[in-house]
Design a protein around this ligand. Structure first.
Ligand code: PMP
Length: 322
């Protein structure tokens, strides 16, 4: 669908995947007015199609629109479109455990104008793509590179928005980590390079003795929907969860003295991604002997059960399509 000042959002339509025309001076290409979301549709064992907390994705996108000087949209309207698209393309959702249909709602500023100002016209579109199981080789831990040289986002900036520029800022460090044999980058805060923020396209959790610790959402971290789900589940299981600042020094010291029982990242792509090793300042810190921890395993099983319609859904996170 499209937006302009006169008509607001209009011309919502479903069309085949195809390239679209854009002016070389379009705002998105020069000033990065782009926000997007990532969520998945799952085929349950009974054939029923489910979305997982889609309103939370769309509300997060709307908050991002405000921060990026872009127009808000009706969550109800977009959700209706999303469900219609998924239903139409339900045969593309693989009936394989762990597979899903990835959905990428995106909004970009498109009017041709080289001066710096928010765009006057916008396009909102949703890309869909079937994706296989993230863990085709088993629920395997990742190795994470702690980045001291670059930062991803600053407080007061756009770190809490799912916007293209944050990912552009992360690519060089990601590439360096990859070349050194690590899967993801662990970001530290921009001011002191001291506090843990998040990991690649995920939020991060540490289990210190019996306490689950995750950095607070302070403006430079994306408020992950999986993060929120994990906090709710762990609290519901009677665990103590602390959203508090945690320094990388505390994490490394806890790894040395055995208090760090496990670490895992959370996000739509992998759901739960156990961390088997941290690499910081030329030193390697194994976590849980390099193996997935029990809490990561339990959370992964529980979330997948909810997403695939296998288990109870105590928080009403699952939405039926069709
Ligand atoms: N942080 C960043 C930077 C991300 O791109 C993502 C993926 N959307 C996350 C965290 C995790 O968010 P979610 O659980 O909503 O997928």
């Amino acid at each position: 669908m499209d937006w302009n000042r006169e008509l607001g959002w209009h011309q919502a339509r479903i069309c085949p995947y195809q390239p679209f025309h854009m002016d070389p001076a379009a705002t998105v290409l020069h000033y990065g007015q782009a926000i997007f979301e990532g969520l998945k549709a799952y085929r349950g064992d009974n054939g029923q199609i489910y979305l997982f907390r889609p309103e939370d994705n769309l509300e997060r996108m709307n908050r991002g629109a405000v921060r990026m000087s872009m127009p808000r949209f009706s969550v109800d309207l977009v959700l209706k479109g999303l469900k219609a698209l998924v239903y139409l393309d339900r045969d593309w959702i693989p009936a394989v455990n762990g597979a899903s249909l990835y959905l990428r709602p995106t909004m970009i500023g498109v009017d041709p104008y080289l001066g710096l100002k928010p765009a006057d016209t916008y396009t909102f579109y949703i890309i869909m793509s079937p994706v296989g199981s993230y863990y085709s080789g088993g629920f395997s831990p990742t190795k994470i590179y702690v980045c001291r040289d670059y930062v991803r986002a600053v407080k007061g900036g756009v770190g809490e928005v799912k916007t293209a520029g944050n990912y552009a800022a992360s690519l060089l460090a990601y590439d360096m980590a990859n070349k050194a044999g690590y899967t993801q980058v662990l970001w530290l805060d921009a001011c002191e390079r001291k506090y843990v923020e998040e990991v690649g396209t995920s939020n991060i959790f540490f289990v210190l003795d019996d306490t689950v610790v995750t950095p607070p959402l302070g403006g430079s971290i994306l408020g992950g929907i999986t993060r929120d789900s994990v906090i709710n589940l762990a609290q519901n299981w009677g665990m103590t969860v602390q959203e508090r600042p945690i320094t990388i020094d505390e994490v490394l010291a806890a790894s040395r003295d055995g208090r760090l029982k496990e670490a895992f990242a959370t996000g739509t792509a992998a759901v739960i991604s156990p961390v088997g090793e941290l690499f910081c300042d030329e030193t390697s810190y194994p976590i849980n002997g390099g193996a997935a921890g029990p809490l990561a395993e339990r959370l992964f099983a529980e979330l997948q059960a909810i997403q695939y319609g296998r288990g109870e859904d105590p928080f009403n996170w699952r939405m039926r399509v069709g």
